[in-house]
Design a protein around this ligand. Structure first.
Ligand code: SF4
Ligand code: SF4
Length: 468
């Protein structure tokens, strides 16, 4: 009677909750280089952006107390919420598009969970060693060496998590001086709370939960199946070519042995950060990191078989053994083109609207406390309250003019300075020569224009009242 071998933690045949800790083996290759490049790029942006200065202040700062959001030269306010909505629509459309083209590209390369798990794993490997050493260390009883290695790893993880939490808070409180204040325990209670909260989430998710976040907590894995179809590029094992699997002597002809190209080395499973076996087909847990492609390509090269036993391919392409060109041609299907066109239109519309957005707002209210009155030379005078909002990040001087009726003149100082991202309200007197307009209200128009840039201009309609 054949007795089944006992299953050990890490066995991909076990259900995910019983698999235990996954010890992914390090892998080299084209896709590994892409993942490392994405880690560098995303983290250079995240950690570096708050330190960037623009016109003497932090380039990207979300000042919640003052309800102002500085994004390089633009100063946004809660009423500019439409831009945030636009950005969310762009993000959603981009996710739909990339998923329809190549499945979970976001998960495999740019998702913070993937990126920080890569960083934490890299630290773990540097301190505890490669996969075999890490497994041996975890199985070994506690000793001074094990305690030292574990303490060093957790200290390094905590340092990264705290620095990341501090950088996150820096986007809202201003990063300059924040590290020194944090070291001196002088940051405010809210800053302390958010820094520790963010650091705690990162430490737990990237250090301990890892693939469990993708498998059980992330909703994207659940609805991705609705976004992909038979022409989506996914990471697949070519069963027709690979099976039947089995080890063989180095120079043996697999056809004579009745074997496929898979030598059943198990490396594609050992490198998988979610601990699954891609040879069983597309699974919810697969985050499309392509580590199994790199591992298998390396093995194929070593045994002298063509690469691509595990590769990006489509379900239809694999079934019908299409060529690479036919697969790529099918990827550009109508659905993808519609997503791409919509994404492009929303992106262009958002950026054009932002670029053309006037940094100046003008409101005019006729001062009802001061009635229209007759002044010297029989002129009729009305008084208005001019409200100017300068939404640029530098102080500006504006000139006010009024038109709409012949001989209408401004009897107050026509220029006024308004500070950077500030409002100013001033009363102005407007005069009209007698007999130009009949009794009652006549439409007029105020214009405010920046002296340093005539393109910065705002207009507002009002009325001029002539008494009977
Ligand atoms: S790495 Fe390639 S050859 Fe090795 S088990 Fe996986 S599919 Fe088979
Ligand atoms: S199956 Fe391959 S692509 Fe999917 S998560 Fe595992 S290693 Fe990454």
């Amino acid at each position: 009677m054949e007795v089944a071998a006992p299953r050990r933690p890490g066995d991909p045949d076990l259900p995910a909750p019983l698999r235990g800790k996954v010890y992914p083996r390090a892998v080299k290759g084209v896709f590994a280089r892409w993942r490392v490049a994405l880690v560098w790029i995303t983290q250079a942006v995240f950690y570096g952006l708050p330190w960037l200065q623009w016109n003497g202040r932090q380039a990207v700062l979300f000042d919640l107390d003052e309800r102002r959001f500085f994004v390089f030269g633009a100063v946004l306010h809660p009423q500019d919420f439409i831009y945030l909505t636009g950005l969310l629509v762009i993000a959603a459309m981009a996710l739909f598009l990339f998923t329809a083209v190549a499945g979970r590209l976001w998960c495999g390369y740019a998702c913070p969970q993937t990126v920080y798990t890569e960083i934490f794993l890299w630290i773990e490997k540097r301190i505890e060693g490669d996969r075999a050493r890490r497994m041996k260390l975890d199985r070994a009883p506690m000793s001074a060496r094990k305690l030292g290695l574990k303490a060093a790893k957790h200290a390094a993880w905590l340092a990264v998590a705290l620095w990341t939490g501090l950088s996150f808070v820096g986007y809202f409180s201003g990063i300059r001086g924040l590290p020194a204040q944090a070291l001196a325990l002088q940051i405010g209670p809210w800053e302390t709370f958010w820094m520790l909260f963010y650091a705690g989430i990162l430490y737990t998710n990237a250090g301990f939960l890892r693939e469990q976040v993708c498998t059980y907590m992330c909703p994207y894995a659940r609805f991705q199946s609705a976004l992909i179809d038979g022409d989506t590029l996914v990471i697949t094992y070519d069963r027709k070519r690979g099976d039947p699997r089995g080890s063989r002597p180095r120079k043996a002809d697999p056809k004579l042995l009745g074997l496929g190209d898979c030598i059943d080395c198990g490396l594609c499973v050992e490198v998988c950060p979610t601990g699954i076996d891609i040879r069983k087909g597309l699974q919810n847990e697969c985050i499309a990191c392509a580590a199994c492609i790199d591992a298998c390509d390396d093995i194929m090269t070593r045994v002298g078989y063509p690469k691509g036993l595990i590769r990006y391919d489509t379900g239809n392409g694999l079934r019908q053994q299409w060529t690479r060109t036919s697969v790529l041609r099918k990827v550009l299907r109508p659905r993808v083109l519609v997503y791409a066109a919509f994404l492009l239109s929303v992106t262009v519309a958002l950026f054009v609207h932002m670029a053309l957005r006037s940094p100046l707002k003008l409101d005019v209210i006729r001062d009802r406390g001061v009635l229209a009155r007759e002044v010297e030379d029989g002129m009729i005078e009305n008084v208005y309250r001019i409200h100017l909002s300068n939404r640029s990040d530098a102080p500006r001087r504006f000139v006010i003019t009024v038109g709409g009726l012949d001989s209408l003149t401004l009897a107050s100082e026509p220029t006024m300075e308004v500070g950077a991202d500030a409002d100013r309200q001033v009363p102005v007197r407007v005069r009209l020569a007698p007999g130009v307009a009949g009794p009652g209200s006549s439409p007029i128009e105020f214009t405010a224009q920046a002296l340093d840039d005539p393109r910065v201009e705002a207009r507002e309609r009002s009325t001029f009242f002539v008494p009977r």
